[in-house]
Structures are given as structure tokens and as C-alpha cells.
Design a protein around this ligand. Structure first.
Ligand code: MG
Length: 356
């Protein structure tokens, strides 16, 4: 009961942040002092906050259909997702350890997500070394700051390039599979025409086998049909025979509403472990206005189900989901005037996310 009350208190703070302070310059006191984070934090009153995210939850796993810490209790983490990592698309410049340190320290992010491009020009398909270096910068930043990191194969057609995906994930597993920080996300968003049973699932089983050859335990998140919305299809035909497999749920609050939540709720009830590896407060295009009411409904859903989530996107592109204003420096330390409306909101949500 205490945990329930605690959660609602935080939730009220979030509602306030969403409805009363958009943007909220007064509430933003950016800490630019240090770019490293010690294992024990001293500036927060809650006992659980005295531990860093990785110290608190340890090796994440799946326990009885939920994504939990090593103690079997649900792990609900919050953080930002980086943008497509393609060279020359403009957002690869944010793939550096200092930016991760900023999110860990200033936003108190428990997790970050690297969206390593698996299609289009400048992606891993054409520039594997450059994109692997971007993944490593985010992972090394997460390890240095004792937070978790999702490395996502950012593609809508991963089955068409499964050989490259397998090489990529084998490399990651070899270098980082022994750390508790790393979470593999092996297929960002299959299309609505890419069938779960006959295409997505067989692709996932191939990549999972490759990872499990090397790393027996770190979480692997599998994208679901229709831009990672058809979690019900995965619930009807889940991947079997491997430990610690979770499934991605994505939404954009301006477009996706109650119908999608009900579908996700049914999948959760059926025992499907879910992680919200990408969401936005705007339209599914990544642009448009913030839908405050729908965002609040989704956050309530995430809180109630104790899910982990990462918000799209660390970007200074001129679109609604971008958290940063055009032309900001690349390496973190962003002040209030560097954040967009979406950036202020993401910071409020992540910084106030309950730790228990
Ligand atoms: Mg491992």
C-alpha cells in the first residue's frame, strides 16, 4: 500500500508538470557541474534513490511475465531515446558519452536508447564501423554512469538484412554481454504488412540464437507487427525456448489512444513482458502538437503496469518530438533555453519518475 501511495504522489507531480508547466523554466535547475556519476547519489531523499539504477536492479530479467530486476521485483525505468544514427542525417552528433552523462545526472534517467540505423544511407548497412562506434559511445556512457542502455536495430525491414543484424548483435554481445547495462532491441518497428508468425518471429529467433550463443542472460526486446503495436499477436504466439525475452510496445499519444492501450493491457494480462522502447507525445509522424490528455493517459498506463519506457527523441530537428532546439551543442549540458516544449516535458517526466 505504501508503494501505491508513493506512486500516486509522483503521479500527481507528473500531472502538474504536464498541465501546469509547459514549458516550466522555473522548475528547471540544470546541473552542469559534473559529467560523471558516482555509484551513490547524495542529493535525493528517497532511500531507493541512494542507489544508481544498475545498483538497485542489477541484471534485468523476465520473472513471471514481467520485466524485473535481479530480485524479481518489477523494474520501471525512464529515459530518452536517441534519434536515427545515420551519418549525415544530422543527429549522429549527439551519440557521445557526455550527452549520456547529462541525461543520467541532470534528468536522472535510468536508461537511454541508442537507435542504430539498420537501413537507409549512412546506416550500419553501409557504414558499419561509424555506427558501431556510435553504439559503443552510448553504451560506454551508460556503463560509466551506472544506467541501462537499449541498443536498437532501427529498421522497418530488418528481415531483409538479417545477416548484418546478426553480425552487429554478435559484436555487441561479445564486447558487452557480460555487463548488466545492455539490453538488445533487435527489430525497431516491423510494418503492418510484415507478419508476426511467419516473418518477425523467425527473424527474432535467428538473432536471439546468435546473441544467446555468446550472452546467456541479458534482456532481448523483440519488435512487434505494425510499428510495434500488435503486442497481442506476440502474446498469442510468443517466442519459446529462450530466457529473458521481452516485447516492444510503441505509441505516439497524438495518434494512438484507448484502443491501443486495451490491446496492450490484454497482452500484459496474458503474461507478455512488455517494454515501451519508443513513444512520443505528438503524432505518429514524430511531428505535431503535444497531446497532453492522451500523454497523461499513457503515462498512467505505464505507471500502473510498472513498465520501462524511453521517449523519442534526442534531436534538434524541426519537429514536435525533438527535445532540443536547433543548433544546440552536441555534448549535453543543455540549459532551459536549449530544450523544446517536448524536451521540457520529457525532462519533467524522466526526472520525476518513481524509483520504486
Ligand atoms: Mg550477460
Amino acid at each position: 500500500m505504501m508503494r501505491f501511495i508513493f506512486g500516486r504522489t509522483y503521479w500527481l507531480a507528473l500531472v502538474f508538470a504536464l498541465t501546469g508547466c509547459l514549458p516550466s523554466p522555473e522548475s528547471v535547475e540544470l546541473d552542469r557541474a559534473s559529467q560523471t556519476r558516482s555509484p551513490v547519489l547524495s542529493d535525493t531523499p528517497s532511500r531507493t534513490r541512494l542507489l544508481t539504477p544498475v545498483a538497485r536492479h542489477g541484471q534485468l530479467r523476465v520473472t513471471n511475465g514481467k520485466i524485473t530486476g535481479s530480485d524479481g521485483r518489477p523494474a520501471s525505468l525512464a529515459g530518452p531515446s536517441f534519434f536515427w544514427s545515420n551519418s549525415d542525417w544530422g543527429m549522429a552528433r549527439f551519440y557521445n558519452q557526455s550527452a549520456v552523462a547529462y541525461f543520467a545526472r541532470d534528468w536522472r534517467a535510468g536508461i537511454v536508447r541508442a537507435a542504430i540505423a539498420g537501413e537507409h544511407d549512412g546506416s550500419y548497412l553501409y557504414q558499419p564501423e561509424a555506427n558501431m562506434a556510435r553504439a559503443e559511445a552510448i553504451i560506454d556512457g551508460a556503463i560509466a554512469n551506472h544506467i541501462y542502455v537499449i541498443v536498437d536495430w532501427h529498421s522497418h525491414h530488418a528481415e531483409a538484412h538479417a545477416d548484418q543484424a546478426e553480425v552487429f548483435f554478435r559484436q555487441l554481445a561479445t564486447k558487452y554481454g557480460h555487463t548488466p547495462n545492455l539490453i538488445y532491441e533487435i527489430y525497431n518497428e516491423p510494418l503492418d504488412t510484415t507478419d508476426w508468425d511467419t516473418v518477425v518471429k523467425p527473424y527474432a529467433e535467428r538473432i536471439i540464437r546468435a546473441i544467446r550463443d555468446i550472452d546467456p542472460d541479458n534482456l532481448i526486446i523483440v519488435g512487434t507487427q505494425s510499428w510495434s503495436q500488435d503486442v497481442d499477436k506476440a502474446a498469442r504466439n510468443p517466442i519459446r525456448g529462450f530466457r529473458n525475452i521481452g516485447y516492444a510496445l510503441h505509441f505516439y499519444a497524438g495518434t494512438h489512444k484507448e484502443t491501443y492501450r486495451r490491446r496492450a493491457a490484454r497482452a500484459i494480462e496474458a503474461g507478455l513482458p512488455i517494454m515501451v522502447t519508443e513513444w512520443g507525445s505528438v503524432d505518429h509522424t514524430g511531428d505535431g502538437e503535444i497531446d497532453v490528455a492522451s500523454t497523461r493517459d499513457w503515462l498512467d498506463f505505464i505507471l500502473t503496469n510498472k513498465l520501462t519506457h524511453t521517449i523519442w527523441a534526442v534531436s534538434d530537428k524541426q519537429e514536435g518530438a525533438a527535445m532540443l532546439r536547433p543548433g544546440v551543442p552536441s555534448d549535453g549540458g543543455w540549459g532551459e533555453t536549449d530544450l523544446t516544449r517536448a524536451g521540457h516535458m520529457a525532462r519533467d517526466i524522466i526526472r520525476n519518475w518513481p524509483t520504486d
